[in-house]
Design a protein around this ligand. Sequence first.
Ligand code: PMP
Length: 364
Amino acid sequence: MNSLNFSGGPGILPESVLRETQQSIEAVPEVGLSILGISHRSQWFADVVAEAEANIRALLDVPDDYCILFLQGGATLQFSMIPMLLLRHTGKTAEYLRTGYWSSKAIPEAVLEGDVKVVWDGESCGFRRLPTAEELEFSPSAAYLHYVSNETVEGTQFHQVLGLDDVPRVCDMSSDFLSRPVDVRRFSIIYAHAQKNLGPAGVTVVIVKRDLLDSTPKGIPALLDYREHLKAHSIYNTPPVFAIYVAMLITRWILKDVGGLEKMNEINQQKARLLYKTVDESNGLITTRAALENRSLMNVVFGFQNTEIEKLFLQKSALVGFSGLNGHRSIGGIRASIYNAMTIPAVEKLSAFLRDFVAAHCIA
Ligand code: PMP
């Protein structure tokens, strides 16, 4: 029996893409070779990269003065590459929001390159809520503002754009990239690894405003220099051919099969509503971690009355074919990740299972 993959990532991929990938592992029809053994210097692969870029441009309406790069090193390497580009030797201060596990990981890497100010720190509230506009004060002279749009571990998500328009805005969208429309023009850098909504692990998409690269400081190793990747059309060294190929298929799927990001967002909203409704109708027997207004549409993080019940839930749900529902190792609990490829019927199935579980095992 195939399980339903509610994992936080690497996550579920669309069935049609998996079928096409399966065929390409045997042989890509146009090439006659396995995707696992096609040269990254072939014209066919250059076309794959070009289509992936064109599809992302179309989906997000990315203007020409932004470039789209496919890099390695995960979102984690961007925690370093961004301050190397925007903070090193500037004498300025970079502003960071500390809203959870992943934004916290970005901060020490920036500190290596210059001054960093944490403009808001959610640790004292257990990262259960995000700041309101009134709580935030940004400096107009900051080098840039960095935040994470969706905290994958805690299940919180910003539903608005933050910061000042005159300060470069940098956003880690790893866990909600291509899940909803975004006004790219309001950002200087958007980055996202593939392994949630965009494909298997191995490739990270970086959308960067071209003019920022003009002031790249000296002394940056070539592999960490965005300009080298831009010049080489993301084929500076051997890229993860397979990961980029699958990511391209997924952008094609969102564009052609789903019908774009408005449609994708509608589906994602509907899935999240189903699960949160089940939580809200449980009379407090299931509780979400995130404050109501900050709930994530991608990662529904919740818990039961105690860890014994949570253990039982994980056991019983695994027996009927739900996989990946355990919360992140840092906080425990339950996390249902409902990325783009998760279907509405699958979420309905989980909601029904949750309702039955509560009725059978939770005491009001
Ligand atoms: N940022 C966010 C929001 C994430 O969810 C993750 C990993 N799940 C990362 C960064 C780190 O990504 P990677 O493992 O690709 O370096």
